[in-house]
Ligand binder design. Structure first.
Ligand code: HXC
Length: 513
């Protein structure tokens, strides 16, 4: 037995060395941690149980039969984060550049299957040169096996992808299907075709970083939800993100203990400027009404005319969607609708209540928006809210104009509670635009057209630029003093915590993708 144990230990030691000291040193020299170091940072100390440590690839071509690294370039298994079960795979760049072979893919699929059967999140730490070139189609098949599972797992268990090195070609489609992607700045990139192919096909000269680095995907494409300065920060951000989301669609996030005071915020109303056209930072309102320091923003640099993120209110985890008057006056456009729509669907799939803060002047006009499909993209957000059955509460803090009033979690599309501040303006359009249309003849006939327009604007504003018409019809449940907002919201989400909505039985809807 002793000899047998020795053999086992020597194999384990060998597996732990991955591609060897030299390649590990190279990895460190790039400022990157190894696959195992990342897992040890991510999981509770001593909780990691590795599976498939001694797996070997089956490739027989190009001399590969003589080149074996135990584990085959990916470390897989399960463990806990803050005591909660999670499944993890971490690609090992020191073994064939973390490239994906048939067996490497099988290891990932194995933990994904376990995660689905046992209803716990999967976290993928990606650092890979893509398909194992020596294996050809077996590797492509392996990718497809993963994509298929990503799709089956979608909405069942949370899936988080960290990009901590290269993630190119079709490999990028796995993170794209998962719920959240986080990229490490300067050391990671994602693209379907790299700079060389781009140069050949379009003659554009571009670096990997510019084409598909963390900042590009955080701000231009929206492919990544979060970024991190380095591997350590990336792991910390994954843990923080996980703290707001449940184990699966069958679970809820546990409430944090919370001792409540009177929760009245007398200064909240002062954030809204006296002129309705003056911008302000919606994030000031968010941080004032949620539990202290609990706001965790998602997609911060992408489509910043809408703010989305997780938070806690009275200890409960919630998702927030809020128009941001600081950017483009908070209009809805193609990107903000896509961004918020996907977030709403995530929250709905995983039983996370939604708080919607409204200050929206409408949809962004223009050929760019129309030709890029504002109709179909705006419809994504409308659809996502309409189908969501989680508790949904809105507060209209200032403008709620036109179709955007309907879209932003109005009562009509299934919101549970709709509050408005006295500063709310709920109407088809702003007073100026409305007056120019409906009083056009009177204005034209007037000796002083400007004075007449102003007078008509005032008349229209008196009639419509307030929350009371909507309140009289029951579209707003209550006009509230802003200082009571936090208290009202804590009580609202408590009241709604056992909400159950039964929908018609069907296979699935057809969201306007
Ligand atoms: C096999 C690979 C590999 C791969 C890297 N290696 N990529 N082995 N298959 N795809 C090996 C290298 O031979 C090298 O081995 C080690 O990993 C480290 O690679 P380096 O090139 O030295 O590292 P670096 O300079 O950091 O460059 C990293 C890289 C580059 C940019 C990722 O390796 C690269 O361009 N690789 C090829 C990428 C690619 O074309 N992949 C296929 C894409 S198609 P040694 O022994 O020297 O340490 C694809 C399709 C998926 O992925 C489709 C799914 C539907």
């Amino acid at each position: 037995m002793e000899n047998k144990l020795e053999l086992l230990s020597s194999k384990i030691e060998k597996a732990k060395k991955g591609g060897g000291e030299e390649r590990i040193a190279k990895q460190h020299a790039k400022g990157k941690l190894t696959a195992r170091e990342r897992i040890h940072l991510l999981l509770d100390p001593g909780s990691f149980e590795e599976l498939g440590m001694l797996v070997e690839h089956r490739s027989q071509d190009f001399g590969m039969e003589k080149l074996q690294f135990l584990g085959d370039g990916v470390v897989t298994g399960f463990g806990t984060i803050d005591g909660r079960l999670v499944y993890v795979f971490s690609q090992d760049f020191t073994v064939f550049g973390g490239s994906l072979s048939e067996t490497h893919a099988e290891k990932i699929c194995k933990i994904m299957d376990l995660a689905m059967d046992n209803k716990a999140p999967v976290i993928g730490l990606n650092d890979s040169g893509g398909a194992r070139i020596q294996e050809g189609v077996s590797s492509l098949g392996g990718y497809a096996d993963i994509f298929y599972r990503n799709t089956v797992a979608s909405g069942l268990i949370p899936q988080i992808s960290a990009i901590m090195g290269p993630c190119a070609g079709g490999a990028a489609y796995s993170p794209a299907i998962t719920d959240f992607t986080i990229m490490v700045e300067q050391s990671s990139y994602m693209f379907v075709t790299g700079p060389n192919v781009v140069k050949t096909v379009t003659n554009e000269e571009i670096t990997s970083e510019e084409l598909g680095g963390a900042l590009t995907h955080a701000s231009k494409s929206g492919v990544t939800h979060l970024t991190a300065a380095n591997d350590k920060e990336c792991i910390l951000r994954i843990k923080k993100l996980l703290s707001y989301i449940p184990q699966s669609c069958d679970h809820k996030v546990e409430d944090l203990p919370m001792e409540l005071g009177d929760e009245i915020l007398p200064d909240l109303a002062k954030i809204i400027p006296s002129s309705p056209n003056q911008p302000y930072d919606m994030k000031e309102i968010i941080s004032a009404i949620v539990d202290k320091d609990s706001f965790f923003e998602i997609h911060e640099k992408f489509a910043d005319n809408i703010v989305i993120g997780f938070s806690r209110i009275g200890g409960k985890s919630i998702g927030i969607v809020a128009n941001q008057p600081f950017s483009l006056a908070g209009v809805l456009d193609v990107n903000s609708s896509r961004k918020a729509g996907r977030f709403v669907r995530f929250c709905d799939a995983f039983n996370i209540p939604l708080l919607v803060l409204v200050d929206v002047p409408g949809f962004l006009p223009g050929t760019d928006q129309e030709w890029n499909g504002i109709i179909v993209n705006g419809a994504k957000l409308l659809y996502a809210f309409s189908e969501a059955t989680v508790p949904r509460v809105s507060v209209i803090v200032r403008k709620a104009y036109g179709g955007a009033y309907d879209v932003m979690n109005s009562k009509h599309i299934g919101a549970d509670l709709n509050y408005a501040w006295p500063s709310a303006e709920i109407a088809v359009m702003g007073a100026k635009g409305a007056s120019e249309i409906i009083f056009r003849k009177e204005i034209k006939r007037a000796d002083d057209q400007q004075a007449m327009l102003k007078q008509k604007e005032e008349e229209y504003a008196d009639k419509f630029a307030h929350p009371y018409k909507a309140t009289a019809r029951g579209f707003i449940d209550e006009v509230i003093d802003p200082s009571y907002t936090r208290r009202k919201l804590i009580r609202a989400f408590r009241m709604l915590e056992n909400k159950k909505t039964i929908r018609h039985n069907k296979k699935h809807g057809n969201i306007p993708l």
